[in-house]
Design a binder for this molecule. Structure first.
Ligand SMILES: Nc1ncnc2c1ncn2[C@@H]1O[C@H](COP(=O)(O)OP(=O)(O)OP(=O)(O)O)[C@@H](O)[C@H]1O
Ligand SMILES: [Mg+2]
Length: 492
């Protein structure tokens, strides 16, 4: 069964049950009310009957009986309203009856009456009284319709003197009840129709929202992630639609990530192949030259040196790539400890002095005697070494300054040079693998591959640190690296 019909059925059942319950309660209450009203009225009639006809001695103040004439008058008057009464003596004998019928007062009722209680009867069957059968034998055998009755005792000076049983036709009340029932039936049919329409719209409002989600799912399966689900409300469906939207968003993100990865992989393959081609071509050319003796004897040593350089470069390329992948995929462990970074800077500057000299550069170290830094020692050296090496590589006859200082939450290092600098566009890309700002400045002496800064960036990230660069084309470059101290480092 379609969801909309199921929902409709549910709503309809609830509404219908409510209508039926309310209807039944209404009939019950109105019927009860009709009876109560009739009983009150009958009670009043009965009271005035006794009041009109009660006879007692003025002197002795003794009850003498009931006067017949006012009883007869009242009987005629009440008969027009279909009201009949019977008066019983204190011995439970009929002393007067307005009609030929009278109900019998049971022993149990008589007991209650004696206690002064009024007895109400919803339905009482009247039987023919002896006297009435004599007076009107024509009506013999005819059953009188059922009556609703009030049986009420009357006392004079604390003694029971008479009991009045007064009743009206049940059919009169039933007629009213029937009328109400008929009206209710009409109301029931109308409200059933309305509830049907209402349950349709209620069900539709739910299924419409589910339909929207179905369409959106369909769109997503066809690769369109840009779905907007604007399902208002605060119920589970709108929560589901929110989650659905989030899911579509993350699906889109992962789809884009897959594309990015694919693009990166493709670029990496192309770049790696490109990087390897040059040294491999050189080696191959030189090997061919050696094979066919095309290289003069005095150049052979130089050729072998070239081949060695290129082979080293290839090895470095492969190692650097492996290193990069290891860091990227978290396959390597850091062993962080606290050491004096000022000493490392001094050592590095000493190590690289020769290289700097070759370029006509001067290295200046501006650091306190002790700068305790929390990092993996070897990786820290790798980071600083790479950056200083770059600075030497791209600076001719200039100055390279290594500055180190303690900052609030860690140690900060600034490596600035007065070299060739970079444009903003170049600065943006230096962290990319294989990126070289300007191929024409390639200096094979260093065998660069464009992997150095990509690895440096990853290493600093892994330490929870930060690396920034500012550069001015033609003037120089400054790298700022920050390592957090032990308390502020994230432990991965
Ligand atoms: N101090 C600097 N001054 C000017 N340009 C720089 C400086 N440092 C880096 N660059 C630019 O950023 C590029 C990327 O540097 P990176 O260290 O990643 O690669 P590389 O030095 O070319 O090769 P590798 O370090 O792998 O041998 C360099 O090719 C260079 O163009
Ligand atoms: Mg480098």
């Amino acid at each position: 069964m379609k969801l909309i019909y199921k929902q409709m059925l549910g709503f309809f059942a609830v509404i219908l049950t409510c209508i039926v319950i309310v209807g039944l309660l209404f009939i019950n209450v109105t019927t009860r009310m009709l009876y109560t009203n009739t009983w009150t009225q009958l009670q009043n009639y009965s009271d005035s009957l006794i009041e009109d006809s009660m006879r007692y001695d003025e002197n002795t103040k003794q009850f003498e009986g009931l006067t017949t004439i006012p009883l007869q008058n009242n009987a005629r008057l009440l008969a027009r309203q279909n009201v009949h009464f019977t008066i019983y003596s204190k011995e439970n004998k009929i002393s007067y009856s307005s009609s030929e019928f009278a109900t019998q007062v049971s022993k149990a009722d008589w007991k209650k009456l004696k206690q002064g209680k009024t007895v109400h009867k919803m339905m009482a069957t009247a039987v023919k009284t002896d006297t009435s059968s004599k007076s009107s034998s024509k009506k013999a055998g005819v059953n009188r319709p059922q009556m609703t009755e009030v049986v009420r005792p009357y006392f004079y000076k604390g003694k029971l003197v008479a009991v009045v049983s007064i009743g009206a036709y049940v059919s009169d009340i039933q007629g009213n009840v029937k009328q109400i029932q008929n009206n209710l039936w009409i109301a029931f049919v109308v409200s059933t129709l309305i509830s049907l329409i209402l349950s349709y719209f209620l069900a539709r409002s739910t299924t419409k929202r589910i339909d929207k989600m179905r369409i959106a799912t369909h769109q997503i399966t066809h690769g369109n992630y840009d779905v907007k689900l604007d399902l208002r409300g605060r119920d589970e469906i709108s929560e589901l639609s929110n989650d659905f939207g989030k899911m579509a968003g993350s699906l889109q993100e992962s789809q884009e990530e897959i594309k990015r990865q694919e693009e990166r992989r493709r670029k990496f393959m192309a770049d790696a192949a490109h990087e390897m081609r040059t040294p491999l071509t050189t080696i191959n050319g030189l090997l061919e030259g050696l094979e066919y003796d095309a290289i003069p004897e005095e150049d052979k040593a130089q050729s072998i040196k070239l081949m060695q350089n290129d082979t080293k470069r290839l090895i470095r390329l492969v190692n650097d790539n492996l290193d990069y992948e290891k860091i990227r995929t978290n396959q390597f462990t850091m062993e962080r400890k606290v050491f004096n970074a000022a000493e490392v800077l001094a050592n590095l500057s000493e190590q690289l002095n020769k290289k700097a000299d070759n370029q006509g550069d001067k290295i200046i170290v501006d650091a306190p005697d002790s700068l305790m830094t929390y990092a993996d020692y070897d990786r820290f050296v790798q980071v600083i070494f790479n950056i200083v090496q770059n600075a030497i590589q791209f600076t001719k006859d200039g100055t390279i300054t290594l500055k180190a200082e303690k900052v609030e939450t860690g140690s900060q290092f600034e490596i600035s040079d007065t070299g060739i600098g970079m444009t903003d566009e170049q600065v943006k890309n230096i962290w990319e693998r294989f990126y070289k700002a300007d191929r024409s400045r390639m200096n094979t002496e260093y065998g660069e591959s464009g992997l150095g800064l990509a690895i440096v960036h990853q290493l600093v990230d892994l330490h929870g640190g930060k690396i920034d660069v500012t550069s001015e084309y033609g003037k120089g470059t400054k790298f700022t690296i920050y390592f957090p101290d032990r308390e502020h480092a994230k432990h991965s």
